[in-house]
Design a protein around this ligand. Structure first.
Ligand code: RNT
Ligand code: ZN
Length: 417
């Protein structure tokens, strides 16, 4: 049966619950996903004097064909984007600046060092987001940055964040869509600290200094990302969830929740409603922790669906900025982007095809039997048929067809690298 015939049948089934599949697809089309560039090169970047990846994060695997130049990275991203339905965003880091072979200090980077990215984004109708890179650097070798006891080192990182805000603002101005600049730092201790307060005080002061200058939110937004532990910071992380939750609330900044940054039984899906009761914006790094913050490729698992359901049910599509954050070097990297991003979009579609109002009513009435029964039955409704139709309509490969294209791309472009 053709994709559209299957879609017709699915449309009828969903309409029984008052769900308009055509409308759901129109909504889906408008949801941008911020795709992280760093999956394409294992968080390496293009700095002239590269430092090894640090900060308690790790990329494992040595699948051939990783991007080693900005041109290769953009080409790979374009390939992935051609397999992903919708218009999206690309998320950059300081280490992806282009300095023409000149060793420019990270804190001295200027908008012009990202002009190729902006040109490319405009050409491909993409928004850009940004991150100052506060790891993989000689000044971050002891795992401390914005909370460092040495004021000179702290100053360095503060200045990096300040100049990064200008770069982010430039993205927003040039592309007509605000750039989200996310500050994540690795700071913490391997072993039990004797003073938890002082480093946090210093981080608070550093952030105040970074954000001192007002920047028009039409162009730039500030976000802060917490973490529970990292490799080498197992006992204490300065920028914990409570730290940033309070900081963001008090200073009207955006709190960014990474799905790999909580205790293993804690879920981000359960946090979204609480966050949104107190602020009208939040951001996500959707990732997949496997036993630890391992940043595996996002799959369509229960938690991903639950996150999407929370965004849709809480009327928060415009409030939650969805970004991805995973890096797997053991598989084809273009495939990694494609799989993870398609899954995020699938989860959103799944959520849009749920009888959310009716389910809410059931709960309010205390009818938990029907609530559970219906939620379970919806899982086997023909959501795949709607997804396939969406891909066809958006001009991207249907089902696993995209894999052929990645294989071909690998043969022609990646193997020879
Ligand atoms: C690290 C954070 C952070 C990074 C990226 C590369 O634990 O999740 O977001 O993964 O900035
Ligand atoms: Zn993250």
């Amino acid at each position: 049966m053709s994709v559209s015939k299957q879609y017709e049948a699915a449309r009828e089934l969903y309409s029984k619950w008052g769900i308009n599949t055509d409308e759901a697809l129109e909504v889906l089309k408008q949801i941008p996903i911020s795709i992280h560039c760093w999956q394409g090169d294992d968080v390496t970047g293009f700095e002239v004097n590269k430092s090894e990846l640090s900060g308690g994060i790790d990329v494992t695997g040595n699948y051939p064909g990783k991007a080693t130049t900005p041109e290769e990275l953009r080409q790979d991203l374009e390939k992935a984007l051609s397999l992903i339905p919708g218009k999206h965003r690309v998320n950059l880091h300081s280490i992806y600046a282009e300095t023409d072979g000149e060793a420019i200090d990270r804190k001295d980077l200027k908008p012009e060092h990202f002009s190729n990215w902006v040109k490319w984004a405009r050409l491909n109708q993409l928004g850009l987001d940004f991150n100052p890179t506060l790891f993989s650097h000689p000044f971050a070798e002891d795992g401390l940055t914005l909370s460092h006891p040495d004021p000179e080192i702290r100053k360095y990182w503060i200045e990096l964040c300040q100049s990064s805000r200008k770069i982010s603002e430039y993205f927003g101005r040039e592309l007509g869509t605000p750039s989200l600049m996310n500050v994540w730092i690795p700071d913490g201790y391997k072993d039990i600290p004797s003073d938890r307060l002082t480093p946090r005080k210093r981080l608070k002061d550093s952030l105040d200094e970074i954000f001192e200058e007002e920047i028009d939110s039409q162009y730039h937004l500030d976000a802060v990302e917490s973490k529970v532990f990292g490799i080498g910071s197992e006992s204490y992380v300065v920028g914990s969830h409570e730290f940033y939750l309070n900081y963001a609330l008090q200073n009207r900044k955006i709190c960014l929740l990474d799905t790999g940054h909580y205790h293993p039984t804690e879920t981000v899906s359960n946090k979204i409603s609480s966050m949104l009761l107190f602020s009208d914006q939040m951001a996500l790094h959707v990732s997949r922790p496997v036993r630890w913050d391992s940043d595996h490729v996002v799959i369509l698992d229960d938690e991903l669906k639950e996150i999407a359901l929370e965004i849709v049910r809480n009327d928060a599509i415009e409030k939650v900025r969805i970004g991805l954050d995973f890096f797997d070097a053991s598989i084809n990297r273009v495939a990694a982007w494609t799989i993870g991003t398609r899954n995020m979009i699938k989860a959103l579609l799944y959520a849009l095809l749920s009888p959310n109002d009716y389910l809410r009513e059931l709960q309010e009435k205390g009818n938990f039997t029907e609530r559970l029964a219906l939620m379970e039955e919806m899982k086997t409704y023909p959501f795949g048929a709607v997804w396939d139709y969406y891909c066809e309509q958006m001009g991207v490969p249907v089902r696993e067809e995209w894999l052929k294209e990645v294989r071909e791309y690998e043969k022609v472009h990646l193997v020879s690298r």
